[in-house]
Ligand binder design. Structure first.
Ligand code: 5GP
Ligand code: MN
Length: 332
């Protein structure tokens, strides 16, 4: 079932009679995933005290620990619990829930709140708005805004900040700015949230970013930039996968480049691929083609083979799209 209007009433309706609710987000949780889950977690705990609400996420990256309640996140489950409702946030498909997916399967009812264009509405109730800046913005739309607490506002603000690249990306709408303003009026310290969760980098993060930039290469007539970080570099710098966040956005900033491709070797012959586009290329189409997903300008996928194979496969799809675009330009 698709949800669109009067989100508040529908959330109330869905929660009616429920005694237990679980929230879950995607593997390797990012700022919007943590922000939307924690924002809704605080809201449900405060406004629906009779419902037992739990939140399940993989280990929350250190930078996001300024968000209240992240120490209450459950990082493990034996999968046997049966919740009345499982709410899946910022997650384009059920597999991306990772360790919490058995809880999704077992739950009596499921609700998905998401903004990925690749989302195929896999829950019982689906509130999916691909144009929305972030899942955190959608959570804001679903709740009674007058009842949003400071803790919830801080979490939602962080989510919006992260998925808009600090209000920079084209997904930032006037409504996004209005919501951010409302959240500011709750008394949050917006500049601290931006600085501590988005811009501040550990020494390790900066070193590995430097390595990725230094070893990056321009390809496809300088329309693409590509960089690879291998397991041996991760070991050398003692880096965690979450330390790589932000590298692909930095690569994308290169002048003249249309697409940035970042490969992280997660095991021999297996790469987590992050794609970012400036707009001409729909990277979600490419990620979906190879089994991943995401947004038009930011997408990801896990691919097997050598780094050369992976890059060749990705660039072949980019070339197809660029060729198609040139043909359309010629026709005009
Ligand atoms: P990132 O490159 O930062 O990991 O992800 C960019 C976007 O693509 C995010 O919105 C993320 O949720 C989505 N994404 C990344 N990897 C995958 C994947 O393997 N499958 C799907 N469905 N989406 C992904
Ligand atoms: Mn998101």
């Amino acid at each position: 079932m698709e949800l669109n209007n009067s989100m508040k009433i529908i959330l109330d309706d869905i929660l009616k009679g429920k005694k237990s609710v679980a929230l879950g987000g995607h593997v390797r949780p990012d700022g919007d995933c943590v922000g939307s889950c924690m924002g809704l977690y605080h809201y449900l705990r405060e406004q629906y005290p009779d419902i037992g609400t739990d939140v399940y996420l993989e280990e929350v990256p250190e930078a996001y620990s300024i968000i209240k309640g992240t120490d209450e996140v459950k990082t493990q489950t034996d999968g046997s619990a049966v919740y009345d409702l499982f709410i899946c946030l910022d997650c384009g498909d059920a597999q991306r829930l990772g360790f919490s997916s058995p809880l999704f399967e077992n739950a009596k009812e499921t609700l998905c709140i998401d903004h990925h264009i690749s989302n195929d509405a896999f829950a019982d109730y689906n509130y999916i708005v691909p144009d929305a800046s972030s899942t955190s913005e959608l959570v804001y739309n679903m709740v009674d805004r007058d009842k949003i607490s400071l803790a919830s506002a801080e979490a939602l603000y962080m989510g919006i900040v992260h998925d808009t690249g600090v209000f920079q990306y084209s997904c930032t709408s006037p409504e996004t700015m209005e919501i951010a303003a409302e959240l500011m009026r709750k008394g949050i310290n917006g500049s601290e949230i931006i600085d501590k969760t988005y811009y501040e980098k550990s020494y390790i993060q900066n070193q590995i970013l430097g390595r990725a930039l230094l070893e990056s290469m321009l390809i496809m007539d300088k329309k693409c930039i590509v960089s690879v970080i291998r397991q041996k570099s991760m070991k050398f710098f003692q880096a965690q996968p979450s330390d790589l966040e932000g590298i692909v956005s930095q690569l994308r900033q290169t002048k003249g480049v249309e697409v940035a491709i970042f490969l992280h070797e997660i095991s021999p012959q297996q790469f987590k691929v992050s794609l970012r586009s400036k707009g001409k290329v729909d990277v979600s189409e490419i990620a979906q083609y190879y089994g991943g997903g995401g947004h038009v300008r930011a997408a990801g996928v896990t691919m097997e083979g050598s780094s050369h194979d992976v890059i060749n496969n990705i660039t072949a799809r980019i070339a197809l799209q660029l060729k198609h675009e040139e043909e359309q330009d010629d026709e005009q």
